[in-house]
Design a protein around this ligand. Structure first.
Ligand SMILES: Cc1ncc(COP(=O)(O)O)c(C=O)c1O
Length: 361
């Protein structure tokens, strides 16, 4: 089976982890500090605060940005549930704006009409590795005095008009889950140029301690370990090469699938550097049949995501409603196929050949 995603781990990561284990310093320590410095420098931000996951990064970023009870947070319903759950964690209410049908990212045109006196923040997601349309989003935010927290969980290294994702909003959150463009096992990081957000996030990450055993705020244990950071440092050095291979694989897939009637290959907007966390086809009529066929032939697939977040059982029970027909349609038509850097040219040929065989039946 060709998996739809897989971590790429070499001897280097293994050696770095062994070094940490031998050092005796295995919780948050010098390797986390080094990883934060390198990640901030890569992203082009002043600060980075490493966390235990992308989800805890979002949770802390919202808290540190002052988003809380009674606030509304405008975001996309076409994302992993953690994006909206983060708003719920801090007592805020996610409000869902529909997506652009081509990029699957939040449509800036739909944001303004959802703004109320309670709106505090916008969380755009750079879905599948393609940056959201940040210029109009930042304009709306500055006009209405809103915070912008980028959910960059899927977009390490992606660029928007010459700027790296993670450097445009008030803060941004990345995930290092094993399927992501780089991994630390579990892990996340917040990037920001805002000193107060960085400081507050790092205090809240460790029990709200402003000094040892002085608990000034209700904090958490959302720390990253040095074991994870050692993996992250080795992975970060390879990120550009991983992304180059993802882009090359995506170009091959598009070249060999674009002429098939019955599917649409991914759209890449002008002025963006897409890092293809996922390579996602739109298959309007036979998505589920194609998925079953591919899985039967040994090609892994994924549906990102099978329903808009507001249709999840949790959100229905909480009474959430939204009108996002573009997201609902996408949920029934998208299908991700392998694009990860470990694919061989035989794998790529096999994937495109199998898809062609399905449509030629
Ligand atoms: C868009 C998005 N946001 C948030 C997360 C949460 O990250 P994590 O799994 O590291 O908690 C993920 C990934 O899982 C994601 O894809």
């Amino acid at each position: 089976m060709i998996p739809v995603a897989t971590p790429v781990i070499d001897e280097e990561e293994i050696e770095e982890v062994v070094k940490v284990l031998r050092s005796g310093f295995i919780a948050q320590g010098p390797r986390v500090a080094e990883f934060e410095e390198k990640f901030a420098s890569y992203t082009g931000t002043e600060y980075a605060v490493a966390t235990s996951s992308g989800t805890t990064a979002l949770h802390l970023a919202l808290l540190a940005a002052g988003v809380g009870k009674g606030d509304e947070v405008i975001t996309t319903p076409f994302s992993f549930a953690a994006t909206a759950n983060a708003a719920l964690y801090v007592g805020a209410e996610p409000v869902f704006a529909d997506i652009d049908p081509l990029t699957y990212n939040i449509d800036p045109e739909g944001i303004e009409e959802l703004i109320t006196p309670r709106t505090r923040a916008i969380i755009p997601v750079h879905l599948y590795g393609q940056p959201a349309d940040m210029d109009p989003i930042m304009d709306i935010a500055s006009e209405h005095d809103l915070m912008v927290i980028e959910d960059a969980a899927q977009a390490h290294g992606a660029e928007y008009r010459g700027r790296k994702v993670g450097s445009m909003g008030d803060a941004a959150c990345f995930s290092f889950y094993p399927t992501k463009n780089i991994t630390t096992g579990e892990g996340g990081i917040i990037t920001t140029d805002n000193e107060e957000i960085a400081e507050m996030a790092s205090v809240l990450r460790a029990h709200g301690e402003t000094e040892r055993y002085r608990h000034t705020y209700l904090g958490y244990n959302f720390r990253m370990t040095d074991i994870a950071a050692a993996i992250g440092i080795a992975q970060l050095a390879k990120l550009d090469e991983f992304n180059r291979r993802r882009a090359e694989n995506a170009a091959y897939l598009t070249e060999n699938l674009r002429d098939i009637d019955g599917l649409e290959t991914p759209f890449v907007a002008d002025g963006v550097g897409h890092v293809f966390h996922q390579y996602t086809l739109r298959v309007p009529d036979v998505r589920d049949e194609l998925m079953e066929f591919l899985n039967g032939e040994g090609v892994g697939t994924g549906i990102h995501y099978p329903m808009p977040i507001y249709m999840q059982e949790l959100y229905r029970r909480l009474g959430f409603k939204a009108e996002c027909p573009v997201s609902e349609r996408a949920a029934s038509e998208v299908l991700s196929i392998p694009v990860h850097p470990a694919l061989t040219s035989d794998d790529l040929e096999m994937i495109t050949g199998t898809i062609r065989a399905f449509f030629e039946r």
